[in-house]
Design a protein around this ligand. Structure first.
Ligand SMILES: [Zn+2]
Length: 246
């Protein structure tokens, strides 16, 4: 129960209180309301809902369960990385002797060690850095993603999309190439066949002679194919077909 003060109660009062609690749990009586008029869950056990005595709580509430240490000074900000504050045009006293920025000394300088520091050359004075200090809360200190700009993730998405697009384009090209090769290989053996048919016509009716000639042609064909390479692989099929006809 969220009743605040645990003043003395008679036996009768105590019994009534228990009955009311039971009724609330069963949903027969309306739930107890806290200071802000919000309902208090009747199933919250007493040891959680009753406030400690030293809080002197007058009314039922669950405020003591909330974190009252929340400090408005805590920020969710992050450092302005790479931000420059002031660009000097000549060396100032007390500045970094190496780069000429006021915000650090030569020992802490992140600039390349110059052969002759900015103090002596008075040239290429580095701008002062923006130095910030934050008061971060417990979570803020441990937040590894603090300061992360979620919109930069679109760059990652873009790069992946570009990759996918390039892959699709390449695959399409490969497919077209394959189809072209297939087409050309289908046409080539047909040409050969017609050539060889002509030869056969010239030889005339002598079948044995024709057969001999055919084998010779095939042999020479094979030699030619070897020299020509892959392109006319279909030619061998044509020759085999011719042999079968004889
Ligand atoms: Zn420096």
């Amino acid at each position: 129960m969220a009743t605040a003060s645990s003043a003395f109660k008679s036996r009768e009062d105590h019994r009534k209180q228990l009955e009311l609690e039971e009724a609330r749990k069963a949903g027969l009586a309306p739930a107890e309301l806290d200071e802000d008029g919000k309902e208090i869950n009747p199933h919250i056990p007493q040891y959680m809902s009753s406030a400690p005595w030293y809080l002197n709580a007058e009314r039922p509430s669950l405020k003591h369960q909330r974190n009252w240490k929340t400090d408005a000074n805590y920020t969710k900000d992050w450092y302005d990385r790479g931000k420059k504050v002031f660009q000097a045009d000549k060396y100032r006293k007390g500045a970094c002797t190496n780069c000429g920025a006021m915000t650090h000394d030569a020992k802490m300088c992140m600039d390349r060690p110059r052969k002759l520091g900015a103090k002596y050359t008075n040239k290429f004075i580095a701008p002062d850095e923006k130095i910030e200090t934050f008061e971060l809360d417990f979570d803020g200190k441990r937040d590894r993603w603090n300061g992360y700009d979620a919109s930069t993730y679109s760059r990652v998405i873009d790069s992946y999309e570009m990759r996918d697009e390039a892959r699709r384009k390449y695959q399409k090209e490969q497919q077209l190439k394959k189809l072209e090769e297939k087409n050309s290989s289908l046409q080539l053996p047909a040409d050969k066949d017609s050539d060889e048919d002509e030869d056969e016509d010239k030889d005339g009716g002598d079948s044995s002679h024709a057969h001999k000639n055919k084998i010779e042609i095939d042999c020479s064909d094979a030699r030619q194919r070897k020299t020509k390479g892959k392109e006319e692989q279909g030619g061998s099929e044509g020759a085999v077909v011719l042999l079968l006809f004889l």
